[in-house]
Ligand binder design. Structure first.
Ligand code: HEC
Length: 166
């Protein structure tokens, strides 16, 4: 069978994602390397925040179309790291819905797993693109730097109240 242009093209279409997979690179639509972020989200976060990132109104807050506001707030960049490391407890309002619940800490995940999952959360539903400035992906070293704070879930809530959120 002669090798047609279509066959060669098809070959590339299949080979490129495979090559990225082999290299362990998983790029979001914005070109951010989210590593294992998608599967970590599926395993650790989706039970509450849902695979769509939309949460459950009044029970689990949405992350989709919301996390960009958290990091756009002045001083807000470390906040999502703190939530994942130490959990969150206390009343919050997100998109007009009130939540007063508890998110457990995920400090047992590695620095890289946490930066991967946050990069996934920031890009999976278009939040990075909603930022005024280009999104700078989280790095494992930024997560490592926040481990020294050793906060509890209520102190993370206090940190949140220092951010100018709607
Ligand atoms: C057991 C359910 C549960 C799981 C699992 C969970 N969360 Fe949460 N998450 C919550 C709840 C509940 C809140 C709000 C807590 C409150 O009311 O103070 C929250 C809040 C958040 C917030 C802060 C939202 C804001 O406006 O302050 C972020 C960011 C977040 N979660 C990310 C994640 C990520 C990433 C994961 C996976 C590593 C995850 N969550 C896993 C229940 C969960």
């Amino acid at each position: 069978m002669p090798l047609t242009t279509t066959m060669v093209r098809r070959g590339w279409v299949l080979a490129l994602p495979l090559a990225l997979l082999v290299l362990g690179v998983s790029l979001s639509a914005e070109g951010v390397d989210v590593g294992e972020g998608a599967s970590i989200f599926g395993a650790q976060c989706a039970a509450c925040h849902q695979a769509t990132g939309e949460g459950l109104p009044g029970v689990f807050p949405p992350l989709a179309d919301h996390v960009h506001e958290l990091i756009a707030a002045e001083g807000g960049r470390p906040y999502p790291i703190l939530v994942v490391l130490y959990g969150l407890q206390g009343p919050i309002t997100v998109n007009g819905n009130a939540y007063d619940s508890l998110m457990p800490p995920f400090g047992h995940l590695t620095d890289e797993e946490i930066s991967d999952v946050l990069n996934y959360v920031m890009t999976a539903w278009g939040d990075a693109a909603r930022l005024e400035e280009e999104f700078e992906p989280y790095a494992p070293a930024e997560v490592a730097a926040e481990r020294d704070r050793a906060l509890n879930a209520m102190e993370v809530h206090e940190f949140r109240s220092t951010l100018a959120l709607d």
